[in-house]
Ligand binder design. Structure first.
Ligand SMILES: [Zn+2]
Length: 214
């Protein structure tokens, strides 16, 4: 039985999610500039029981906090296309935006179609480039939720394409999301909402109109 723990950021840090079944995954870790992310999570789950950190993409506000968990020996998973920017500490230029340039080690390079089995709960890796080349969404088909990183937000909003991204890829990625059947949307910033697929369809429409017009 899946349990979702949502740590919704009130700052520029990303949201963090803990997805708990027989195995436990932590999705994104914030910038790491406020070290209390470890404290915040440890009030909800024993950090020693976390099996993996999955980063939705290689921007500093999503993976900069990974280092705070290094003493717990948790393996880190991220899409192969963002590994170089994470391991260099450049984070597509967001290292200077956030004042965070500590390299992040990636243990497992993911690709689209990979399935991360937490013991019943299966997170399907959907490769959604556009915000960064290695942006991913994590889709749980049976439970009907999508962790969308900075690709899709509520209200039909979508992520910036000017910090390592690509407009045409964003449009294609939103089209993929608009065809997934899901209700609960867990975005990288702002609140968790229902009607996720509706927002994906809106975002695809807007992105096609604004980004793909030439
Ligand atoms: Zn981002």
């Amino acid at each position: 039985m899946v349990e979702l723990i949502k740590i919704i950021s009130k700052t520029f840090d990303s949201n963090c999610y803990v997805i708990q079944d027989k195995k436990i995954a932590l999705i994104d870790t914030g910038s790491g500039l406020s070290s209390d992310i470890v404290e915040q999570i440890s009030t909800r789950v024993d950090i020693n029981t976390i099996d993996m950190i999955i980063n939705t993409h290689g921007h500093a506000d999503h993976c900069g906090g990974n280092g705070h968990f290094s003493r717990f020996n948790i393996k880190c998973l991220a899409h192969k296309n963002d590994v170089a920017e994470m391991e260099s500490g450049r984070f597509y230029g967001t290292s200077s935006m956030f004042g965070r340039n500590i390299p992040i080690r990636v243990d497992v390079a993911l690709q689209g179609g990979d399935k991360i089995d937490l013991g019943g709960t299966v997170l399907e890796v959907i490769h959604t480039p556009g915000h960064t080349p290695g942006s991913i969404c994590l889709y749980e088909r049976d439970a009907g939720f999508l962790v969308s990183g900075d690709t899709l937000f509520s209200g039909g909003n979508f992520g910036r394409t000017d910090i390592g991204g690509n407009e045409l890829e964003m449009v294609s990625s939103l089209e993929i999301l608009s065809n997934l059947d899901f209700d609960l949307l867990l975005p990288g910033h702002t609140n968790v909402v229902t009607n996720g697929q509706k927002f994906a369809k809106m975002a695809f429409r807007y992105a096609k109109e604004f980004l793909d017009e030439d």
